[in-house]
Design a protein around this ligand. Structure first.
Ligand SMILES: [Cu+2]
Length: 157
């Protein structure tokens, strides 16, 4: 009986050391400090019901992850698109490294809104929400702008 008691005590103190190590690691990287600038939503010049959202996501703190994106436009789908070489692929999450500046722009990583209802046109207002793993949700009001001139090879299929 006494032996078991000893083992338990050792186990607990090892746990304490482990927890301390985690806290130390967290302090070194620090919490993320997210700022969002230059947000713009432009209708697709090629496809009805589609819009592209571009912005700069700055992070002056520790690493975070963009876990998702949502909108209050009824029935619309929003996704992250990133360029892998020449190809555009959908991704569910985007890393936001410590002390970084993530650019969502035309020709690079961007946010795509699809299946918008016909009521959404130039000048329509809506909300877009970025969901960060650590920083939580950031909602921004947007106004749909007319289609930007887009090089032919950047059109969405
Ligand atoms: Cu895209």
């Amino acid at each position: 009986m006494k032996k078991i008691g000893m083992a338990r005590k050792v186990g607990l103190s090892a746990m304490g050391t482990f927890a301390a190590a985690i806290i130390l690691a967290a302090c070194q990287s620090g919490p993320p400090k997210i700022s969002i600038e230059g947000v713009k939503a432009e209708l697709s010049p090629a496809i009805i019901g589609e819009a592209m959202v571009t912005m700069n996501v700055g992070n002056e703190g520790g690493a975070d992850v963009l876990r998702g994106v949502k909108t209050d436009i009824p029935g619309a789908q929003v996704t992250f698109h990133i360029m892998q070489g020449e190809r555009m692929v959908h991704v569910d999450s985007v890393e936001v490294p410590a002390k970084s500046n993530l650019e969502f722009k035309m020709g690079g990583s961007h946010i795509m809104i699809e299946d918008m209802p016909k009521t959404m046109k130039k000048g329509s207002h809506f909300n877009l929400t970025l969901v960060f793993q650590k920083s939580g949700e950031k909602t921004m009001p947007l106004v749909l702008e007319g289609p930007a001139a887009m090089p032919m090879n950047m059109e969405h299929m």
